[in-house]
Design a protein around this ligand. Structure first.
Ligand code: FES
Ligand SMILES: [Fe+2]
Length: 371
């Protein structure tokens, strides 16, 4: 059972949600990207933080990435201050050594032949760790819970040909992950935040209508022809001479996937918003494509501009959110945000009760907004 929300019965029999450590609003028991693969090399120990858990990451001599809690189980000093020989991490304080992949203690140097302590029964905290698409992913199971019998595979970016270009971008937002996510799926800020000559101007704002459908743990903006007021799509159409279709998915805990297809040309991207602390999250954006006219440097230039625009906006928003204002979600433009909160609440509820998860959408829905 998840301890995310513990329900207690008050004397009068009214069930209330008791806020726990998890009123930080994190979703445990999912994979999150902790670092880029390229950062983890040689015998370096690298620190990261996910869901307020300090982690130490490294790579064994065989090349396997690992993730341990960055805290020695003896006296709590970060293990990242220790020494890594390619196999075991040695704590800098009293030299206890831990196998990097299992976190099992293999040596306590102070023990004498008289000591009865079973060294192999001592473990540092550790988490499943896999590499995909150039990221080191860590499966964050909740504190005090066991790992599921089979941990699901880490997410992989869909690609549609053997050869393709791929690039990664990241930016930090001084916000709770929920704000980061609803910012990511918000259709109405485009004309105001992302105005630029190469994309679109505020004056091109017009009414839109998009079909959405429920998918497991999320929702999909059904395949459609993308907005005619965006220059890159027009270019793609002109080159392939075929129609362009876009599909956008949001999937819990934090993932927006977009696929664009036109003939044999494709573009695929994934943005994840990862909670670092309750007041800090990070967008990791990876995109792959086989469009011959789109060099990586050019895409990065556009991508960085977009991310910077979002980041600057969220820095300003964080200023306002410090004073804990009441907020509004309006129809239809904020309906995806409502679905996100609904999905999250229903997932926590189903984990708590063990019953199946209820989807907040009952079927396909058409949303209308101007952007
Ligand atoms: S604190 Fe790590 S060995 Fe003592
Ligand atoms: Fe944006």
């Amino acid at each position: 059972m998840s301890d995310a929300v513990r329900t207690i019965l008050q004397a009068d029999g009214v069930a209330v949600k008791e806020p726990t450590r998890d009123d930080a609003g994190f979703l445990w028991d999912f994979w999150y990207p902790a670092a880029r693969s390229t950062e983890i090399r040689g015998k370096r120990l690298v620190t990261a933080m996910l869901l307020e858990v300090p982690l130490v990451l490294g790579r064994t001599a065989e090349g396997k990435a690992f993730a341990m809690r960055d805290s020695c189980p003896h006296r709590g000093i970060p293990l990242s201050y220790g020494h890594f020989d390619g196999q075991t991490v040695e704590c800098s304080y009293h030299g206890w050594r831990f196998d990097a992949c299992t976190a099992r203690c293999v040596e306590i140097p102070s023990l004498t032949s008289q000591d009865k302590l079973k060294v192999e029964r001592v473990f540092a905290g550790h988490y499943p760790c896999e590499e995909r698409d150039g990221y080191v992913w860590v499966y964050m199971n909740a504190v005090g819970t066991r790992l599921p019998e089979t941990v699901p595979a880490a997410p992989a970016l869909p690609v549609f040909s053997k050869k393709y270009k791929i690039t990664h971008l990241a930016c930090e937002l001084p916000s709770h992950v929920d704000q980061g996510i609803i910012g990511l799926m918000d259709p109405a800020h485009g004309p105001f935040v992302h105005q630029s000559w190469f994309w679109r101007s505020k004056h091109s704002i017009h009414e839109k209508q998009k079909q959405f459908e429920p998918i497991p743990y999320g929702f999909r903006m059904s395949p459609h022809s993308p907005s005619s007021n965006s220059a890159p799509y027009q270019l793609l159409k002109r080159i392939t001479g075929e129609g362009v279709t876009t599909t956008i998915d949001f999937v819990l805990p934090n993932m927006r996937l977009e696929e664009i297809h036109s003939g044999k040309m494709w573009f695929s991207s994934r943005a994840t918003v990862t909670p670092v602390r309750r007041d800090l999250c990070r967008i990791d954006f990876v995109a792959a494509w086989n469009l011959p006219f789109l060099p990586v440097f050019l895409f990065r230039m556009f991508g960085k501009t977009f991310l910077r625009q979002d980041q600057e906006t969220m820095i300003k928003q964080a200023e306002g959110l410090k004073h804990d204002p009441k907020l509004m979600l309006i129809d239809d433009a904020d309906r995806p945000a409502k679905w996100y909160f609904g999905l999250k609440a229903n997932l926590l509820e189903s984990r708590r009760t063990g019953a199946g998860m209820v989807h907040p959408m009952t079927g396909p829905v058409t949303l209308r907004w101007r952007s």
